[in-house]
Design a protein around this ligand. Structure first.
Ligand code: ZN
Length: 276
């Protein structure tokens, strides 16, 4: 089991967690609470000078941890697959401008397409953008998603599959984002976290909790401590690999987005210190 967390220096919050706030407000309020880093969702950058926004985050004393998200490579036509690749090239340029060292990939799936074919298209897609990513110093993290999203969001649903994809691609620029929401149920999780770390592929760690009942498959994530996920135990497995990056709070929640974001931020910091 990991040691308790004593401060917020390794706390990173995703902009989508406080979606009602414009990014400028999030920067100011996160910084005021001593948050150490931010992961930026691309929608938060709409209409902004991306480089200036990255500088604003660093000037506020925080790290730009990653850009969310690239991916969605599988598609039924060559034209659609190329459009996805083009969008990933744009994401790489945005990450470079922002000063983000990493892009999180939600890899994609197509409802009536066999999962192995989607996985091959994911590998082909990642390989086609690798040189560009490497040329600007931006790494790519495959995020395995919970199998309930295997129809349309990701054909990569376990950490074993993500590790296997990394092994097949075999590039220092490609690794994994471990998200407890997607992986906590997996009996192979501890062993696959060890394998991921031993491969040098554990690039990011996302936390939240699994509520019962989950009322929305996408937007009903809980604060750490509200649900079933042994967040501290999983953090211990991650840290045993030598990972010393940020603990990234990524919560999509209609219920929290509907409330006061300042009160929610205080709850996030409390849950982080006491239940992570
Ligand atoms: Zn995540």
């Amino acid at each position: 089991m990991a040691q308790p967390i004593v401060d917020t220096s390794k706390l990173c919050i995703h902009t989508i967690t406080t979606k009602p706030w414009p990014i400028e407000t999030a920067i100011e309020r996160f910084s005021a609470h001593g948050v150490g880093g931010m992961t930026i969702w691309r929608d938060a950058l709409t209409g902004r000078d991306i480089a200036a926004t990255g500088q604003r985050i660093r000037d506020a004393g925080m790290a730009v941890v990653s850009l969310c998200r690239g991916g969605f490579f599988p598609a039924e036509t060559d034209v659609a697959r190329q459009a996805a690749i083009d969008d990933n090239h744009r994401a790489i340029d945005e990450a470079a401008a922002l000063g983000a060292p990493l892009i999180v990939l939600v890899c994609g799936a197509v409802p009536k397409q066999p999962l192995p074919l989607s996985r091959q298209q994911i590998q082909d897609g990642i390989e086609s953008i690798l040189d560009h990513a490497a040329s600007v110093g931006v790494k790519l993290a495959i995020e395995p998603l919970h199998p309930m999203y295997a129809d349309s969001r990701s054909a990569i649903n376990t950490l074993r599959q993500a590790n296997d994809a990394c092994a097949a691609i075999d590039s220092p620029w490609v690794g994994v984002a471990v998200d407890v929401y997607h992986l906590w149920w997996d009996p192979d999780l501890e062993a696959q976290i060890q394998r991921c770390g031993a491969m040098g592929k554990l690039f990011a760690f996302h936390i939240c909790d699994w509520r019962t009942p989950t009322e929305d498959l996408l937007n009903d994530r809980g604060l750490m401590g509200e649900g079933s996920i042994p967040v501290r135990q999983i953090r211990g497995w991650v840290e045993q690999t030598g990972f010393n990056g940020f603990n990234e709070v990524e919560i999509f929640s209609n219920r929290y987005w509907a409330g006061d974001q300042e009160a929610f931020l205080a709850k996030i910091v409390d849950a982080y210190l006491n239940h992570s």
